[in-house]
Design a binder for this molecule. Structure first.
Ligand code: SF4
Ligand code: SF4
Length: 147
């Protein structure tokens, strides 16, 4: 018997643009090659200039990846008073949130997100197909290696 995922009838999510996931705490925003191209266009910068200005090398257990810098207060380098300055071109990692595999383990892990993300269980219902598409895209995402 095929077991349906807990989200087979879909999950509600609508980003309120509260910026909570962009600010205050240390974190990582890894970049794919598509992200880098989109962000270079959005900022009208060449690769070398963009990387120098906005990127850092993040070492996780010996695996080095290119990611966005953080400010001293841990806000994302792209965050400003009015919100994300590259929202339309934001990285895949930001666009695919909160449909990340660890958040979709079961209804408990999903509902727990309400504590940190005010868009969870609000607004538009995302279908099972949409959610599974995010999971597949995330599994295939090629983050830029700096090894
Ligand atoms: S915490 Fe949730 S609602 Fe707030 S900006 Fe991030 S994704 Fe949007
Ligand atoms: S790129 Fe934009 S959406 Fe992503 S964490 Fe930074 S400020 Fe937030």
């Amino acid at each position: 018997m095929v077991v349906k995922p807990f989200f087979h009838t879909g999950l509600q999510f609508e980003c309120s643009r509260c910026s909570h996931c962009c600010r205050f705490d240390p974190g990582y925003v890894f970049l794919t090659y598509d992200d880098l191209s989109r962000l270079m266009r959005a900022t009208s910068l060449g690769r070398e200039h963009f990387v120098r200005e906005y990127c850092r090398v993040i070492d996780i257990n010996g695996f080095k990846r290119l990611g966005l810098k953080e400010k001293k207060n841990y806000d994302c380098i792209m965050w400003e008073e009015s919100g994300c300055r590259v929202y339309a071109a934001r990285p895949f990692q930001c666009r695919s949130y909160p449909f990340w595999t660890p958040n979709l383990h079961d209804i408990g892990t999903w509902n727990d997100l309400e504590k940190s993300c005010s868009g969870v269980n609000k607004g538009r219902c995302h279908s099972r197909r949409e959610i599974e598409n995010w999971i597949k895209k995330r599994a295939k995402a090629q983050f830029i290696s700096m090894d």
